[in-house]
Design a protein around this ligand. Structure first.
Ligand code: FES
Length: 512
């Protein structure tokens, strides 16, 4: 499949997904969904099942955003820990979080079965372990909090069932794993079978809620709708309100061969910060042969705020080689995670006056379940049903308690620091001569900053280096060959065209 997000390719990009034409005529639907990843297509599928007419728009192929860059752990073991969720959202909130993630795994399993989607869905156990040297009491704290959240079958075990000594671990039974692009391909076909319409190569340039809700594409086509769902990983409709409540992090993944049967099939997470996450995936070739690949992720950092991107993969490989019998590394990629300040995604009605605009964002590293919860919750809201999950995930919630507020302040001080430091510095290089072929750099011209990419033939592509969202200076990402914004995570391809919001247009052209 094509990829719209970067210079690396994930293990999930080796499969073909259905292709769709761009929107070529104005149309109307009950619901217009912007974004054809797991969140958008789950929402479209569930609404189509309820008899709603749906139109899905995406500027890239289906599933080509972060859905193709996940590691597809399906888990109700929350990355931010149940004791943290309980502290920030109360015991009831933790209970709802557990219930919603478990329900999302059940729903994915049910959809795959009912729609005959062959997406390698499997139930596996998950193990959270503390490596030697890490505080052991974290597991006990988390075990008690998970039990209070209703996950009474979580248990403490002597070690995770892998070769190296992990130390004590928590076992979360009946988690899951699947192949995300096979799944969204099946979802798209199921949407079509129920009369839904999907258009790709159609960039939603303007999105307006309210009584005259409409989405206009960059080539001037119009979708009018009774409701709009913005499922673009981070919303392209909010200029400010959501982007001060979540922070973008880049995470790194490798997939390496392992001998069949050498690693017990399960999900594994350790407890350092940033942590490692591990699972197995069997890849089958057209000739029927199969091989196991160990998928290992970690090395997270704030987007646009790191150097030496390639070293992240080297460190992951070294970590994995010390612990697992891995052979060749066949895939290396990165992805972006949106971290909400209080550990819970933002799913439901968009803040503001327009009650018929909905968003799915703040995946918190659990995008497959959070995207599915978003589809389930928003379907209930559009159908006029009450959902017990609504207050927990409400994008307008006021539940940021003391520590959540500190996190909130910390992330926004970090953003303010990006503005200050980048505006007063001169740029990465002084002239294009200093840029290697195939690379990019920011050049300072007084107070102006220019993002310059030099292709392999030496041709230069120049754009303003000021992010089209709120004007932070973008950074060159040498791994993905992209321009990344350190403030709220907008990303642009090497030529300056937008890949990921909150910006909804490319870097501005420069006049010389
Ligand atoms: Fe907000 Fe760039 S993403 S300023």
């Amino acid at each position: 499949m094509d990829d719209k997000t970067g210079g690396t390719a994930s293990i999930w990009m080796t499969v073909e997904v259905p292709t769709y034409a761009p929107l070529r005529a104005d149309t109307h639907a009950d619901v217009c969904i912007v974004g054809a990843g797991i969140a958008g297509l789950t929402t479209a599928y569930l609404l189509a099942r309820e008899g709603k007419s749906v139109v899905v728009l995406d500027d890239g192929p289906i599933g080509s955003g972060m859905t193709a860059r996940t590691t597809a752990h399906l888990s109700c073991a929350i990355d931010d820990r149940y004791y943290e969720i309980e502290r920030l959202h109360g015991q009831k909130g933790a209970h709802l979080a557990a219930d919603s993630h478990c329900s999302a795994i059940d729903r994915i399993e049910a959809i795959a079965k009912e729609e005959g989607i062959e997406c390698d869905f499997e139930r596996v156990d998950g193990y959270l372990f503390t490596p030697p040297g890490e505080p052991k009491e974290e597991l006990d704290r988390e075990l008690k909090a998970a039990h209070r959240a209703g996950l009474t079958d979580v248990e403490k075990v002597e070690r995770a069932p892998i070769e190296f000594y992990t130390g004590m671990a928590l076992r979360f039974p009946r988690q899951g794993q699947f192949h995300p692009t096979k799944y969204v391909a099946g979802l798209a076909r199921a949407v079509e079978r129920r009369g839904g319409r999907i258009f790709t190569g159609s960039h939603a340039a303007s999105i307006t809620g309210g009584s005259r809700a409409r989405v206009e594409t960059s080539d001037g086509r119009l979708v009018t709708a009774d409701a709009i769902v913005v499922a673009t990983n981070t919303p392209v409709t909010n200029l400010v309100s959501m982007h001060t409540k979540q922070a973008p992090y880049t995470t790194y993944v490798i997939a390496a061969t392992v001998p069949a049967g050498a690693v017990h099939k399960a999900l594994y997470w350790d407890t350092p910060d940033p942590y490692h996450y591990v699972r197995l995936q069997t890849m089958r070739s057209a000739d029927g042969s199969a091989k196991d690949l160990l998928i290992v992720g970690g090395e997270d950092h704030k987007t646009g705020q790191a150097e030496n991107y390639q070293e992240r993969h080297q460190r992951l490989e070294a970590w994995a080689r010390e612990r697992f019998p891995i052979g060749d590394v066949e895939f290396r990629w990165s992805g972006q995670v949106m971290e909400p300040v209080d550990g819970i995604a933002f799913l439901g009605r968009n803040p503001g006056l327009d009650k018929n605009m909905y968003i799915v964002t703040g995946d918190s590293g659990m995008g497959m379940t959070h995207g599915t919860i978003g589809g389930m919750l928003i379907t209930d809201q559009i159908m006029g049903r009450e959902s017990p999950w609504e207050p927990l995930y409400d994008p307008s919630r006021k539940s940021l308690r003391v520590s959540g507020i500190l996190e909130f302040v910390g992330e926004n001080v970090n953003v303010a620091g990006q503005y200050l430091s980048e505006y007063v510095t001169g740029g990465d290089v002084g002239s294009p001569d200093e840029i290697a072929p195939g690379e990019g750099a920011v050049i300072g011209l007084g107070v102006t900053k220019m993002a310059v990419y030099k292709d392999e033939q030496g041709n230069l592509y120049k754009r303003s280096a000021l992010c089209a969202h709120l004007g932070c200076v973008v950074k060159w990402n040498s791994l993905e060959k992209s321009w990344d914004c350190p403030c709220h995570g907008s990303r642009y391809d090497r030529f300056g065209e937008v890949i990921t919001g909150p910006a909804n247009r490319g870097l501005a052209p420069v006049k010389e």
